[in-house]
Write a protein that binds this ligand. Structure first.
Ligand SMILES: NC(=O)c1ccc[n+]([C@@H]2O[C@H](COP(=O)([O-])OP(=O)(O)OC[C@H]3O[C@@H](n4cnc5c(N)ncnc54)[C@H](OP(=O)(O)O)[C@@H]3O)[C@@H](O)[C@H]2O)c1
Ligand SMILES: O=P(O)(O)OC[C@H](O)CO
Length: 328
């Protein structure tokens, strides 16, 4: 790694732990803008690219010390493919902050980035990070995960501040899947609250959902412990309990009797959980896995059942022990 950054400076949270760096942020949506604010707060020189920019993607990333992608899922493959053909500074980390699954390939964003930019460490950034709260300067935590821990530590140092506490992890896939799969559960949680099913029901839903996420996530290669951390349980708690979450609002709107098109047009912003649910069910079919909560969300989003029928279907499943094998 050729970088003038020290991955192990003394703990210093006054946002001067490292010299200012050039950071290119891809995506000027809610998350890209909030991340740009965090990077600027730390004194970095930030350039944000979006499709409506006057500057080209090539110009913006040419002399960047770090590229941070916060585009929604449909943008990942086209942008990573474009960057594959572009000269970046040697070995600089590419951070992916997208929480979704690719419709065509079922790949996670980090897999797409790794395929396109194999000479660069790919760092996953994921955690309980509702952008509106971050924009308000409220404290938040997140995880940066990479097989190359040196790269994870560099990103940790660049983005950590008194407002944003960044942890490292060696499990990029688990970190990414936690943040992605919880969007499906956030839709279910929104339904639960929209139907006013109460605290017992919500607690039961989220606890069983965590088991479901761990089952899928570990099957796909994530480490079980990661799903109990910030990018798993942590993000699930944030997203499933906050009307700031767009995915939660999708479920809430459906429970109020609105149809999906109406809910999405009122939202006017990305709710990755809708597409993720469809891709997840494709994966579950392929891997022959039972995913009861995600299956009900899928049926609901595809207009096959009503919210009430989804609840009944979950409550009336075959009776069984809480844990079939080990903790899950
Ligand atoms: N908002 C949050 O609180 C939050 C927190 C953590 C993670 N995330 C994740 O971050 C991602 C972006 O979310 P967001 O909240 O920023 O969504 P958003 O406000 O709806 O913005 C979407 C962004 O994706 C870009 N984009 C969409 N399709 C594209 C395409 N085909 N090609 C290029 N760019 C495309 C848009 O670019 P243009 O500006 O050019 O249209 C825009 O910058 C999602 O995966 C989300 O799950 C969001
Ligand atoms: O607004 P949502 O539902 O996309 O959630 C945003 C973030 O993923 C919360 O960590």
């Amino acid at each position: 790694m050729q970088s003038n950054l020290n991955p192990n400076p003394q703990n210093n949270l006054d946002s001067t732990a490292n010299s200012p760096q050039k950071i290119a942020i891809l995506g000027s949506g809610a998350w890209g803008s909030a991340l740009a604010g965090l990077a600027r707060y730390n004194g970095h020189q930030v350039q944000v690219w979006s499709r409506s920019n006057h500057s080209s993607l090539e110009e913006i990333i040419a002399d960047a010390d770090l590229v941070l992608s916060a585009v929604s899922m449909p943008g990942v493959c086209p942008i990573a493919t474009q960057i594959k053909e572009t000269k970046l500074k040697d070995n600089i980390p590419i951070v992916t902050a997208t929480k979704g699954l690719d419709t065509e390939t079922t790949y996670t964003p980090s897999k797409i980035w790794s395929n396109c930019c194999s000479d660069h460490p790919i760092v996953v950034l994921s955690g309980p990070n509702l952008s509106k709260e971050i924009e308000q300067g409220l404290p938040a935590t997140t995880v940066v995960a990479c097989q190359d821990m040196n790269a994870a530590k560099i990103v940790q140092q660049l983005l950590s501040s008194k407002r944003f506490r960044v942890y490292t992890s060696p499990d990029p896939l688990g970190t990414e899947l936690g943040g992605t799969l919880k969007n499906v559960i956030a839709i279910a949680a929104g339904v639960c609250d929209g139907l006013h099913l109460g605290t017992n029901a919500k607690s039961g839903l989220l606890t069983r959902a965590l088991t479901e996420i761990i089952k899928i996530g570990t099957h796909l290669g994530g480490q079980a412990e990661t799903f109990f951390g910030l990018s798993g349980l942590g993000d699930m708690l944030a997203t499933c309990n906050s009307p700031l979450s767009r995915n939660y609002r999708v479920g809430y709107g459906l429970a109020q009797g609105k149809n999906l098109q109406q809910v999405l047009s009122e939202l006017g912003s990305t709710a990755e959980g809708v597409n993720t649910t469809n891709v997840l069910i494709e994966i579950a079919r392929r891997e022959q896995m039972t995913v009861p909560i995600s299956w009900q969300v899928y049926q609901l989003l595809n207009n096959k059942i009503t919210p009430q029928e989804a609840v009944e279907a979950l409550m009336e499943r075959d009776l069984k022990p809480e844990f079939l094998e080990g903790i899950i």
